[in-house]
Design a protein around this ligand. Sequence first.
Ligand code: GH3
Ligand code: MG
Ligand code: MG
Ligand code: MG
Length: 302
Amino acid sequence: MGENFTTVNRANILIVDDEPINIHILSNSLTEIYNVFAVTSGTEAIDFCLRTPPELVLMDMDMPGVDGLAACLALKECSETKDIPVMFITGHGDSGAEDRCWNAGGVDFLTKPVNVNTLKHRIKSHLALKLVTDELRRMAYQDGLTQVSNRRYFDEYLARQKKLNQRSGHSLALLMFDIDFFKSFNDHYGHLAGDDCLKLVAKALTDSVVRPADFVARFGGEEFTIVLPDTDLSGAISVAEKIQTEIAMLEVNHIGSPFGMVTGSIGIAVSDNTSAEQGDLVDSADKRLYLAKTTGRNKFIA
Ligand code: GH3
Ligand code: MG
Ligand code: MG
Ligand code: MG
């Protein structure tokens, strides 16, 4: 009898409430099923979510300083935390308060004292929904073959970084990478080997970047793009050099290439927000990639 709430991976749930007794009540009823964490202010909640995003937040409304509504709005505005579902649990039962919670981006609204059984069912339902949503989001933004980001995500990411870069005045670098003589690789080794090669190349590109904001995507076919925020020309050149080293270290034989191994060519474009390169970064990187192709391949041009 009773509902089975256990899941394979225990979800992390964050309770935000300024009153320890409320935390105690909620956490007592949830610790058996979930990893429960608790903080007592909106500011701490935002910090916690940025550092270790939980699967769900149970949010009080009234708290001194940054209250539940403000904390929820802040979470929804930040790309790293916007997808964490926030359930409000509050002493305010009036519809005005309820409207404010939903409008702040909450996914649910419960009043205190909480019916623990109802709470457990609602949490279970929100977690199941999040699992599906996360998976759909992953599929929408990831390239199925290489597991790096896809073209759709690249377009969004670059647009976002361009805006940030215009505001901050920092430079933004873009690398366009294309495998050399890949048609002949497929012709000689077959398409399945070609697919394996693409996976290895994607891994080498990912291994070549270190900063959290550095971004690798499959642009299409055997072309990849690397976005390097806050990176100037010399930084972009070191990444290009690292990429060529990583690709060489793969040591994938390529009989149809004069290099005898799989190599790539790279076009580099940097926008420093002052004079040069205010045009399209993709276009500039593409032109330099073409130049690298027509002047020998297995090289980068900036
Ligand atoms: P270049 O050095 O000038 O770049 O020559 P290339 O042969 O690499 O360029 P081309 O554009 O002529 O050929 C690209 C090839 O990439 C052709 C296509 O079959 C192959 N390709 C594109 N996508 C995939 C894929 O998903 N899997 C496999 N196996 N091959 C792919
Ligand atoms: Mg309170
Ligand atoms: Mg190619
Ligand atoms: Mg190509």
